[in-house]
Design a protein around this ligand. Sequence first.
Ligand code: ARG
Length: 459
Amino acid sequence: MNKLWGGRFTKPTDRLVEEYTASINFDKALAEEDIQGSLAHVAMLGKCGIIPQEDADTIAEGLIKVLHKIEAGQVEFSVSDEDIHMNIEKHLIEEVGPVGGKLHTGRSRNDQVATDMHLYLRSRVVELTGLVQAVQQALLDQAKQHTDTILPGYTHLQRAQPILFAHHLLAYVSMFQRDAERLMDSYKRINILPLGAGALAGTTFPIDRHFVAEQLGFDGVYENSLDAVSDRDFILEFLAGASILMMHMSRLCEEMVLWSSTEFGFVELDDAFCTGSSIMPQKKNPDVAELVRGKTGRVYGNLMGLLTVLKSLPLAYNKDMQEDKEGMFDTVATLDGALRLFAPMIATMKVRTGRMREAVNKDFSNATDIADFLVGKGLPFRQAHEVIGKTVLYCIENGKYLLDLSLDEFKSFSDLFDEKIYAVLQPENVVNARNVYGGTAAPQVEAAIGRAETTLGWT
Ligand code: ARG
């Protein structure tokens, strides 16, 4: 009853239809942005003389009162007013009388809702980027404490070559750097104003879109009115960036789960970031890491969901597009929760350097280096590979590691071996031999930490 658009109708909307089509239960999260957008719109209506200035002032005051009431929890939203836009307009009219009905002059809910979402995502992207940087900082702080901690690096989850723990953590700093940059890059396309597109074709009123854009701090306005109301690329870009970020977090989570197992024992997560078992008293479970890994699925789902909603949609606005919101809100909340926990979880993680060292000593991750040693003596790499393969097999069959072999044993595989081989095989030397830009040698890692610190001061 009493719909803002009721004039053309002879019957009330079916109750089930109202409930089915309403979005107020979730788009009430846009209340602040909706009022922010309306304030700029009404200021423009007054300035352009489209409505009398005193009406514009009355409406602006009314909007602020409605905002305060919403913030104080004094406004009851109603499903029969469908969405946040019409709920607020209804309350505005209750507040200031029929003059409130002038607010929607030269505007459609189609350009209004798009504007609200641009405003919403704009501030969230900045906040989330800050949280990503806090995670990078926590990783960097840990890295700085472990510039001489060596652990096996893995490929195929098999020990491959020893690396500095700092180097491993810096890999994530780089990954999160791309995530932060992707989020801030999407900001460019988020910070464009759709308002003024009307329902789809523009408006007959002499509005000033650039004035509204300036009031709201947008960098520009949409070029084309149809595109302005049909475009949800900016949400897709956010969801895609969020998906990649969650994927990175879930890879680190997976490593934390593995590393904190008894089998690895490389790290111990702080008690405050673990939970226990209701039946097994000895358990300390890395629930946060597991749940972040698990929640990655819902963020991917939100991306796939919106891509699918938009697929084949004809221009311009279609009600399908109301489905753009819940996945966006859910993704913002999921990222926010995960990132806020991640920084302190990493900062409080204890690194068990002894266990890492033990794992390095008891493996063959220095094998590449003796192959390289033989190459240095003139043997073609392929032949050196074969020689060391045989040497490793001999070790395995005799329960030894490379450093346990006598020089005579080495020489039985190739007479190119000499005493220097024992120094070459030391884990520190193995690590420091990879002295290329971006490699794991200590001086390279120190330099990389310095560069990461400079980059992190980028905003
Ligand atoms: N609640 C709608 C949405 O979120 C607002 C736009 C409705 N426009 C319309 N012409 N029905 O998409």
